[in-house]
Design a protein. Structure first.
Length: 113
């Protein structure tokens, strides 16, 4: 399977992905790109880590905004609300990476310039 971020490397199964939440470090399973090093945590492990972190009281409820997608040309547009844009310091010209996580989740990462 090819890396969805760089498209060059192969995704290699690993069991040493480190996630830090609330000062604690969790070790998770997933895949790592052999070219760019991007890590993708297995959905089952991610859910388990969130459950444990909630039980320990170190996992806050994420900001969850509901938006409707809009069709535009040959793609789909997702608008970021103004208050979220301001709080993240987004100008509107940044590049982003979209990563499919599971069947119904998409991770949006702002790329640093």
């Amino acid at each position: 399977m090819r890396c969805p971020v760089c498209g060059k490397g192969a995704l290699v199964s690993v069991d040493d992905i480190l996630s830090e939440i609330g000062g604690l470090t969790f070790v998770e399973h997933g895949h790592r790109c052999s070219a760019c090093g991007k890590e993708f945590i297995a959905e089952q492990d991610s859910d388990r880590t969130a459950r444990v972190a909630r039980r320990l009281g170190i996992w806050g409820e994420p900001l969850k905004l509901h938006r409707k997608l809009s069709a535009s040309g040959r793609g789909v547009v997702l608008r970021i609300p103004e208050d979220l844009r301001k709080s993240m310091g987004l100008k509107g010209s940044e590049s982003v990476s979209l990563v499919k996580v599971g069947k119904s989740r998409v991770l949006v990462e702002i790329e640093s310039n």
